[in-house]
Design a protein. Structure first.
Length: 336
């Protein structure tokens, strides 16, 4: 019986020793956990912050923050504070998504989610600021690029007038060719849209070759004598005159009666002009524009006090025809 009693006592001593060792690794603690508006007291044999959360059946989500690392040793009257992550709207390059974070500083939130900010990007609120009540971060991406573009260089068209070639005829002497150049631009994009472009450099790869075109200047007017070459065409207002006193202010027998400014006799085919517009002595063809008969070939030999600018006075021998003529639009061709 004594031997059995001794064995029982030894077993009790061993259990006591093991209990002392176990208590050395996990003390009995009482810890307060603040989780938002909740206060939870967790008590028991615990050694670390993680033990406390497990004991209190308190779960942490991916972006929640806790006041001490999970492997931290517990201390007397220790308080653990949990800051739960909240949803935040983030708009990047016009694309919106919702992220979770317990941070309040904008730069910390972006770093936590691996959002890279370029040197020219616009961030609202500012990186060093705090997230507002709206829980929204807006990022406008500003990107600068160097862009090389190959462009065409337009050629010039050089016109050479040929006084021996009919008007309306065109002769291509040299065919034009566009040149090429490379332009380097600095381009600024805002949220992917171009907002600024500045030329930095230009290199000509091939010079353009100018086009050379020959154009005729010779005009013709169709007459009863065939086509006549024309130096000048003028649209004018025509009137008519004769040798009556009402037209020339002279009576038969008066000095210079019936004599033109050029010293020739007034006769059909003689016209009065403004010498500043049509020089005296010019050969003309007067074409009616109102559907009536052309006055036809004429010679600029006279002038008149009322004939100024684009006006012409046509000599007609018959006073009745002068009266009927009135005022008409005509095209006057100055012949070569």
């Amino acid at each position: 019986m004594n031997i059995k009693h001794k064995k029982a006592n030894r077993l009790l001593v061993l259990v006591f020793i093991l209990s002392i060792v176990a208590v050395g690794y996990a003390n009995y603690e009482k810890v307060t956990v603040e989780d938002g508006n909740r206060k939870i007291v967790v008590s028991g044999f615990m050694n670390t912050v993680e033990d406390t959360l497990e004991k209190g059946k308190i779960n942490l989500n991916a972006y929640d923050k806790i006041s001490a690392p999970l492997d931290s040793k517990l201390s007397k009257n220790m308080k653990i504070i949990i800051n739960r992550a909240k949803p935040i709207d983030i708009v990047i390059d016009k694309k919106e998504e919702v992220i979770m974070s317990a941070n309040t500083k904008v730069s910390d939130i972006l770093m936590e989610h691996g959002v890279e900010i370029g040197p020219n990007d616009e961030v609202t609120p500012a990186l060093e600021g705090s997230i507002g009540e709206e829980k929204e971060i807006k990022i406008v991406k500003i990107l600068e690029k160097s862009l090389k573009v190959e462009e065409e260089i337009d050629y010039k068209s050089i016109i050479k007038y040929n006084d021996d070639m009919d008007k309306g005829k065109v002769n291509l002497i040299t065919k034009g060719e566009k040149g090429k150049k490379v332009i380097e631009y600095k381009v600024v994009y805002k949220n992917g849209e171009e907002i600024f472009r500045e030329m930095l450099a230009e290199e000509v790869l091939a010079e353009p070759r100018d086009e050379v075109v020959e154009k005729g200047t010779v005009q013709y007017v169709a007459t009863s004598r065939g086509n006549q070459r024309v130096k000048k065409v003028i649209k004018m207002t025509a009137t008519a005159y004769d040798l009556s006193y009402e037209s020339c202010g002279k009576n038969p027998g008066d000095k210079y009666y019936g004599i033109t400014r050029s010293g020739t006799k007034a006769r059909p085919g003689v016209v009065a002009v403004d010498p500043r517009v049509i020089p005296l002595g010019s050969k003309l063809y007067v074409k009616a524009l109102d559907g009536t008969k052309d006055y036809g070939f004429a010679s600029a030999e006279d002038t008149g006090g009322a004939i100024k600018g684009n006006k012409i006075d046509l000599f007609i021998a018959d006073s009745k025809e002068v009266y009927k003529y009135g005022r008409r639009p005509v095209m006057v061709y100055v012949l070569e």
